[in-house]
Design a protein around this ligand. Structure first.
Ligand code: AHR
Length: 523
């Protein structure tokens, strides 16, 4: 009897132990993220992943960068200097221009010479407005030099000619005596600019000419053959790449275009909250299911770059060609009452979480992703900056680029991550995403994102010999996912100091608040 009681008691203790272990592990699985940092610096995270995009669209160029002479703000010529200063602070490495769809109806000769003699044109893609060409080649390159970034110019393949593109490059990059360098000098620029990043068309599968990949690959070879490398000015030519999951486009371009003819191939992917182009969803008013869907759509970037990279690996196992995500970001419905062709949208904490998660994805794929351009810098789509007459505000997305600038040109540190799930409507997203790098001074940065809207997540980071004598942190969060900066309250969503971490031996425990972005610095 006693033996039996003892046996059943031990069985119960074992059962209880098992349940406790199970529960603990379930609680762990639900609430704790585990990150293991490998002290094994690999390739460099190219600074060009942190690039931006400025199209002749809505109020990006005109009324964004390039303002009316009477506007009471500091300007150089008509370039707004408060905007320039803000972009310098986040170390914008490159700026893509003039489009977008606009690039394939842009004729560069219309944008040089005395401004009052420049011909006008209709911007058929964006609102049918009259473009006065007052912002052209010289003005764009002056803007880049003020920001301290490299230009990334998209040439016109769709409605342009091989000769037109070829002559533009001669105008920009040739130092000797030639018909184009003569005109450049007459227009006030003695020395060539030596532009390097060169897009051969834009969205040639759509607004850039509705081509098949086979036809475009042949066109690419024609245009690229006459896009010459002048002395001291070698071009980095970028193929007009795939849209979203059009893997066949990448396959055909990689197969048909010799590797030595391209520096990179593009990819465009926009996060649509609803997943539908017809009704994308509001920038400022959304519920939790729509937020969940938005993050799912944003995190799809990981699958896209993985699969496009796998195709590139087949033709380029040495990874000489870059994957250039030259358009990305969240695309919502326009702000009510604004011109639908101008793509003006507000920017919330949700957008910051989209940006930070995407940048973590790019860092983690930086072996192949070596350039990217958020669409678009000022007043259009997922903007860094919004302006209203002389007022200007920095969006939550701007602050993400400020936090993440520490990764630019740092060595990538591989990370293993086990994240709790964020479950909604029976679907799952990982709550946490992360990337890490070590810079040339031996300082490590870890960028952590908790997309869960309500749960704080305890995150254990195994440091594995990474130096961490001094640790500091910064955080971007806000009271609501819909929190925004407005011209009345421009500092509603801003970066603040973060102290929610504790070091225990070689581990770090970080308490990540719900809906937050944290960057830790370890020295
Ligand atoms: O960024 C807005 C537009 O989106 C670009 O002009 C085009 O390339 C893309 O379809």
């Amino acid at each position: 009897m006693n033996v039996q009681r003892n046996l059943s008691l031990s069985a119960n203790i074992v059962k209880l132990f098992c349940i406790t272990v199970l529960l603990t592990s379930t609680v762990m699985a639900q609430d704790t993220a585990v990150i293991s940092l490998q002290n094994n610096a690999k390739w460099t995270i190219s600074k060009h992943i942190y690039g931006h995009f400025s199209e002749h669209l809505g109020r990006c160029i005109y009324d964004g960068f390039w303002v009316d002479p009477s506007l009471p703000v500091n300007k150089k010529d008509r370039i707004r200097l408060d905007v320039v200063e803000a972009l310098k602070k986040i170390k914008v490495p490159n700026l893509r221009w003039p489009g977008g769809c606009f690039a394939d109806e842009y004729h560069w000769r219309d944008g040089i010479g005395p401004r009052d003699q420049r011909p006008k044109m209709v911007n058929t893609n964006w609102g049918g407005v009259t473009e006065d060409n007052s912002f052209g080649t010289h003005e764009f390159l002056e803007l880049c030099s003020l920001i301290g970034c490299e230009p990334f110019i998209a040439g016109n393949v769709g409605s342009g000619t091989v000769e037109e593109m070829s002559k533009w490059i001669e105008y920009l990059n040739f130092d000797g005596e030639s018909p184009m360098s003569k005109i450049r000098k007459e227009n006030g620029r003695e020395k060539p600019w030596k532009v390097s990043f060169w897009g051969v068309g834009n969205e040639t599968w759509g607004c850039g000419g509705n081509m098949t990949p086979e036809f475009y690959a042949d066109q690419y070879k024609r245009f690229a053959s006459f896009a010459k490398n002048y002395p001291g000015a070698p071009l980095k030519k970028v193929v007009s790449g795939a849209s979203d999951a059009d893997y066949n486009w990448t396959e055909v371009c990689m197969k048909k275009i010799p590797l030595h003819m391209m520096w990179g191939t593009g990819l465009h992917y926009y996060t649509l909250p609803s997943g539908q182009w017809s009704k994308k969803g509001s920038a400022t008013s959304f519920d939790e299911p729509e937020y969940f869907a938005t993050m799912k759509n944003a995190l799809f970037m990981d699958e896209l770059v993985t699969r496009h990279s796998a195709i590139m690996d087949k033709y380029d196992p040495e990874k000489r060609v870059a994957l250039v995500v030259d358009e990305w970001g969240i695309w919502t419905d326009v702000e009510p009452g604004t011109n639908p062709g101008f793509l003006y949208q507000q920017n919330s904490l949700r957008d910051a979480l989209v940006a930070a998660s995407t940048l973590n994805i790019f860092n983690n794929h930086s072996e192949r992703v070596r350039m990217a351009n958020l669409a678009q810098t000022v007043n259009v789509l997922q903007a860094l900056i919004l302006t209203e007459k002389e007022k200007m505000l920095l969006t939550p997305t701007y602050h993400v680029f400020d936090l993440f600038k520490v990764h630019q040109d740092a060595k990538y540190l591989p990370v293993n991550l086990k994240s709790p799930e964020y479950i909604s409507g029976g679907k799952k997203n990982p709550s946490v995403n992360v990337s890490a790098s070590i810079d040339s001074f031996g300082v490590t940065h870890i960028s952590l994102v908790n997309i869960h809207p309500t749960k704080q997540i305890t995150t254990v980071v195994y440091l594995n010999d990474i130096v961490a004598k001094n640790i500091s942190g910064q955080i971007l969060t806000a009271s609501q996912l819909t929190s925004i900066n407005t011209f009345e309250k421009p500092n509603n969503v801003v970066i603040s100091n973060f102290s929610g971490f504790k070091k225990n031996g070689s581990n770090l425990t970080v308490t990540l608040p719900a809906k937050s972005i944290v960057v830790l610095e370890l020295k």
